[in-house]
Design a binder for this molecule. Sequence first.
Ligand SMILES: CC(C)(COP(=O)(O)OP(=O)(O)OC[C@H]1O[C@@H](n2cnc3c(N)ncnc32)[C@H](O)[C@@H]1OP(=O)(O)O)[C@@H](O)C(=O)NCCC(=O)NCCS
Length: 172
Amino acid sequence: MSIIIEEVTPQHNRKSFDCGVAELNQLLQQQARQKTVKNIAKTYVACQASAPTTIMGYHTLTGYSVTTPPSHKDYKKYPHPLSAVKLARLAVDHSQQGRHLGERLLIDAIYRTVMVAQQISAIGLFVDPMTPELVPFYQQYDFLPVISDDHSHLEMWLPIQTCIDIASTCHE
Ligand SMILES: CC(C)(COP(=O)(O)OP(=O)(O)OC[C@H]1O[C@@H](n2cnc3c(N)ncnc32)[C@H](O)[C@@H]1OP(=O)(O)O)[C@@H](O)C(=O)NCCC(=O)NCCS
């Protein structure tokens, strides 16, 4: 199956997308396009080349300003804040779940993070898993927990060198 991942446009059918999480469906339908046009948050959709208007999955990226992950040797001595990229949304239509499209979208987000790091700066890719059950999904790609005093806030990050390693492996 040949898959295209591209910026969301008015041609994409956002209404038919259903990942099983109403909030993520609504954000795609009601906010993703305008926020992309206004450069507030960029949404990228995955479609089959043979059905280019049907959205099978999407991710949304934004710029992010981080309190330095205190345990990381590279950033300990620098003043806050440092720039990074946030994976604000990741969702796959229920008809496509379990077929490695989530992984494909995550790798696309990692690849775009590397491009930001090369052109501007980014210490890594950050994400707030929606539920604790999603932590293992990110852990398998080497996302680390962000150590914070706020134990109610679940946040993980992938340091930029790991992003570079993953991106180079996937584009070999
Ligand atoms: C979470 C989600 C994006 C995963 O996408 P997907 O296409 O179904 O997942 P993939 O097929 O790419 O899975 C890749 C690997 O992660 C594993 N995985 C998938 N979902 C997982 C989960 N919730 N927890 C742990 N591991 C998971 C798969 O088993 C697979 O591992 P394998 O290679 O050993 O088989 C998708 O299920 C989804 O959209 N869920 C609803 C919305 C949501 O919760 N989004 C996350 C917001 S933080």
